[in-house]
Ligand binder design. Structure first.
Ligand SMILES: Cc1cc2nc3c(=O)[nH]c(=O)nc-3n(C[C@H](O)[C@H](O)[C@H](O)COP(=O)(O)OP(=O)(O)OC[C@H]3O[C@@H](n4cnc5c(N)ncnc54)[C@H](O)[C@@H]3O)c2cc1C
Length: 497
């Protein structure tokens, strides 16, 4: 298809960019997607490995989404992708404490009895409703310590935050990262009171929805607490979105060098070999890549926007997959439902181990791993351990093998059947505090910039949430902005044969 002026050029074919492109395409807009790399998905990459034990499917990025990830799962089903539920053992999750794996509490009673918190820490929680709400933003570490106590930070929230954000609680912004919890604090005056009333509200909504369902006939539903992936791995999702775009509208190895103003149509998007004229630009490249693309834009707030983008740090992360015989674990780990059975474990930073967490994909999705084998997927690095970006991968693998030996109390070093690794130097953006006002101020500067630069829309996981479902929602919201912009009479596209 040849178009003189596109309605939108999308920069980046990660989940945010593709979700935007597919939504715009559906609205009948003329969309072109430019991707710097050779494939779609950004950090969402899956790979079948040939190993001496047989084929193994590994994930280099996200492993699962929850059933509550409605935007993503609905979009997947609309593109004929059936979500595959993880094995029910996925509900068993562990945190490493005092040299052993302790189950994460999954019910109020388990929360009362969990050894993850001392009696003192549990009693400390009773004081939470009486602590005055914070007036300003602070670091996650300060906020959690003040409201919930240091034990909750060290043994519950800290490991969880390294697992999801690869973040350092001492640097993360509480209001930008813990939106729900800080929202409870501000609205209900207490996290516990806010959580309690949210649970009650959810129960009422569930009851109402059930009644409606009975009237409307039984719709197939995904359980919100179950974890899902797709038959060929998570990459099947961006792949399905890309396949929904008409041929020729997605260009690979098309790194965008700049965005320029075009007086007649809006913008020019420049790659090494081509210049694309367009009414709008949807830029979903990571913050550090986006910063350079704005150089040619004249708006008063361009420099502030570039400073805001440059101030968003990214944590590096290495992903290491180790395939070992399940028999290695024998009768070890007696505190677990089965040897390395469950979702996996998170490791508090005080443990002295380098790994942030260890997932057990053979237990989650048994068909992806040869029978009798365990696939241990470790994450190393994050904001608390950025040195990993400078380590050769062979060294990172050795560190992981040592950590696994310590984690499972194995008598001798692991001799893996297969081990592979990959480093993401810019894995996950960090919503940090800072003297510039932190992430909330950076996001506000980017909003102000977009208001002064009509037709240019910024998105990606550095704004609006790092979870895949957040990225889908954000992509769809960007599409809506473009649609509204293009609907204004003076801005109708001019497709040419
Ligand atoms: C190891 C890891 C594990 C994760 N686990 C989970 C999980 O379990 N659950 C979950 O919900 N989320 C998880 N996430 C987070 C989630 O995967 C990401 O936040 C999300 O995929 C980001 O999507 P995006 O499209 O915003 O960005 P990206 O995936 O970074 O895509 C941006 C795209 O822009 C392209 N690009 C960059 N510069 C240019 C340019 N100049 N021109 C053209 N294209 C350009 C890039 O090549 C890339 O394809 C994980 C992330 C990582 C790294």
């Amino acid at each position: 298809m040849t178009v003189a002026v596109w309605d939108a050029v999308v920069i980046g074919a990660g989940v945010t960019g593709l979700s935007a492109a597919v939504a715009m395409q559906r609205q009948g807009l003329q969309v072109m997607v430019l991707e710097a790399g050779p494939t779609v998905g950004g950090v969402v990459q899956s790979e079948w490995l040939d190993t001496s034990a047989g084929p193994v499917l590994v994930e280099w990025g996200p492993h699962t989404v929850q059933g509550s990830a409605k935007a993503l799962l609905t979009l997947a089903e609309e593109h004929y992708l059936q979500p595959q539920a993880a094995h029910e053992s996925a509900k068993f999750r562990y945190i490493w404490k005092n040299n052993r794996l302790v189950a994460v509490p999954m019910s109020p009673w388990e929360a009362v009895t969990t050894p993850l918190l001392s009696v003192g820490a549990k009693l400390r929680l009773l004081r939470e409703p009486f602590i005055a709400p914070a007036k300003t933003d602070s670091s996650v570490a300060e906020w959690v310590t003040r409201r919930l106590g240091p034990d909750v930070l060290e043994n519950l929230l800290g490991p969880f935050l390294s697992g999801v954000y690869a973040g350092d609680p001492a640097q993360m912004s509480a209001r930008a990262t813990l939106k729900t919890l800080t929202g409870f604090e501000q609205e209900a005056g207490s996290v516990i009171a806010g959580a309690f009333s949210a649970i009650q509200q959810k129960k009422r909504e569930k009851k109402k929805a059930k009644k409606l369902e009975i009237v409307a006939g039984n719709e197939k539903k995904l359980s919100p607490l179950t974890l899902y992936n797709f038959e060929d791995g998570m990459h099947a999702f961006p792949n399905a979105l890309a396949n929904a775009l008409p041929e020729g509208l997605l260009h690979f190895n098309a790194s965008v060098h700049g965005i320029e103003i075009d007086e007649s149509c809006g913008y020019r998007v420049v790659t090494a070999t081509h210049t694309w004229r367009t009414k709008t630009v949807v830029c979903t490249a990571p913050a550090h890549a986006t910063e350079a693309l704005l150089n040619g834009l004249p708006s008063d707030s361009t420099i502030q926007a570039q400073q805001a983008l440059a101030a968003i740090p990214y944590a590096p992360m290495a992903v290491v997959h180790t395939l070992v015989p399940l028999s290695l674990f024998g009768s070890l780990s007696p505190n677990m439902v089965a040897p390395v059975g469950g979702f996996g474990c998170l490791i508090p930073r005080s443990s002295g181990l380098s790994i942030l967490g260890n997932l057990w994909p053979h237990s989650l999705f048994p068909k992806r791993v040869p029978e009798g084998m365990a696939l241990l997927t470790c994450f190393v690095g994050g904001a608390t351990h950025p040195i990993v970006a400078q380590w050769p991968l062979e060294y990172t693998e050795q560190v992981v093998l040592q950590d696994l030996q310590a984690l499972f109390h194995l008598p001798k070093p692991i001799d893996p059947v297969h081990i592979v690794s990959r480093l993401w130097p810019y894995a996950i953006p960090q919503y940090t505090t800072g003297s510039d006002g932190g992430h909330l101020a950076r996001a506000a500067a980017l909003e102000a910039f977009q208001a002064q630069q009509p037709g240019l829309f910024l998105g990606g996981n550095y704004l609006g949430g790092v979870a895949l479902n957040d990225c889908v929602r954000q992509g769809q919201r960007l599409a809506q902005c473009v649609e509204e912009y293009c609907a204004q009479p003076a801005r109708v596209a001019q497709p040419v044969a």
